[in-house]
Design a protein around this ligand. Structure first.
Ligand code: NAP
Length: 318
């Protein structure tokens, strides 16, 4: 059996088209949702991420603003930047690109973001709202994983779901989302015993450990849906060979480029799973998409008196 490939790029395009319609309606009602990105210093990877996020805003016609404090910024100066954005009524979403320089107290900055504008969903208030089933902003990557499952018609209600990883930004919110969608959820972490046996019982597996190709093909119940959140860059030839010996075209690409991106699930899982997100091209494209979705949702929730047409997108209606 070969797994159905769950194409994150296709789902991203669907959602972005829906969001564009919704932004058009909001704008016609006199409100243009806006995202402010705070990019500290000149870290090239951060610059690239923020550039992609601003480009996504343009794609759905969201307003965007970029603030670029220098790498020498202090915690107090950055707090003042965040406070200004909290007060600015045209800003619906605030994104502070991580990592911040070492002299800055990252936790303090993230907790200073108004939870109503916390479109990354990192604020403890939003995690608490999710835990207690109240409306709020959910971390983008797990929200994207849920969209993939839903839009691919994978039955969540009553399913046994296993989440590998318990971080505040992926594993924990993922488990809560699946639980609220009526799955029976098991959360695994580095101290979990008999991991293969637990995974073998799962109808849905979400792997978010940051360990390249860790989850083996024969741990997966035949036909299970597997969401691979891991993004691991492999540069070692022996490691690439271990993971990709059944995928000559990908090995060839590795040899040409010197690196390859793999998930936390061994690529051979394509022969056991019923449905599988590829890496790259599965969960990855969903994260920025859900940031856009959260910004529109934040605009709706914060400006609650607003009346929008009944054609609200399903991506943001939850
Ligand atoms: P993290 O904060 O490092 O958390 C990793 C989790 O995996 C921890 O809970 C850890 O357990 C658990 N773990 C580690 N080794 C394990 C093992 N042998 N068995 C079971 N569990 C184990 O990582 P994260 O931020 O959640 O990210 C996880 C992965 O997702 C990374 O590869 C990251 O790059 C990727 N990611 C991708 C996207 C995307 O857009 N595609 C977005 C975010 C993250 P303990 O708690 O016991 O240490």
């Amino acid at each position: 059996m070969t797994a159905r490939i769950l194409d994150g790029q296709k789902i991203r395009d669907e959602i972005l088209a829906e969001l564009k319609d919704e932004v058009r309606l909001l704008t016609a009602a006199g409100i243009r949702p806006g995202l402010a990105a705070v990019l500290v210093g000149e870290n090239p990877a951060s610059q690239l991420y923020v550039k992609s996020k601003i480009a996504a805003c343009e794609q759905v016609d969201l307003a965007s603003a970029l603030l670029t404090p220098p790498a020498t910024v202090t915690t107090l100066e950055l707090l003042a930047v965040v406070e200004d954005l909290n007060r600015d009524n045209n800003v619906d979403g605030i994104l502070v690109q991580l990592p911040l320089p070492p002299q800055v107290d990252t936790k303090r900055i993230l907790e200073a973001v108004d939870p109503a504008k916390d479109v990354d969903g990192f604020h403890p208030v939003n995690l608490g709202r999710l835990a207690s089933g109240r409306p709020g902003l959910v971390a983008c990557t797990p929200a994207g994983c849920l969209e993939i499952l839903r839009r691919s018609g994978i039955l969540i209600e009553g399913a046994n779901a296993v989440v590998l990883g318990r971080s505040d930004i992926v594993g924990k919110p993922m488990a809560l989302l699946l639980m609220h969608a009526n799955a029976t959820v098991t959360i695994c972490h580095s101290k979990t015993r008999d991991l293969p046996e637990i995974v073998r019982r799962a109808d849905i597996v979400v792997a978010a450990m940051g360990k390249a190709g860790f989850l083996q093909s024969d741990w997966i119940k035949p036909g299970a849906a597997v969401i691979d959140v891991g993004t691991n860059t492999i540069k070692d030839a022996a490691e690439a060979e271990r993971l990709l010996h059944n995928f000559p075209a990908r090995l060839e690409k590795f040899r040409a480029k010197g690196s390859v991106l793999v998930g936390d699930v061994h690529p051979d899982a394509v022969n056991t799973a019923g449905a599988l997100t590829p890496v790259p091209g599965g969960v990855g494209p969903m994260t920025i998409t859900m940031l856009m979705s959260n910004t529109v949702k934040a605009a709706r929730l914060r400006r609650a008196s607003l009346r929008i047409s009944p054609t609200q997108s399903t991506a943001t209606a939850r």
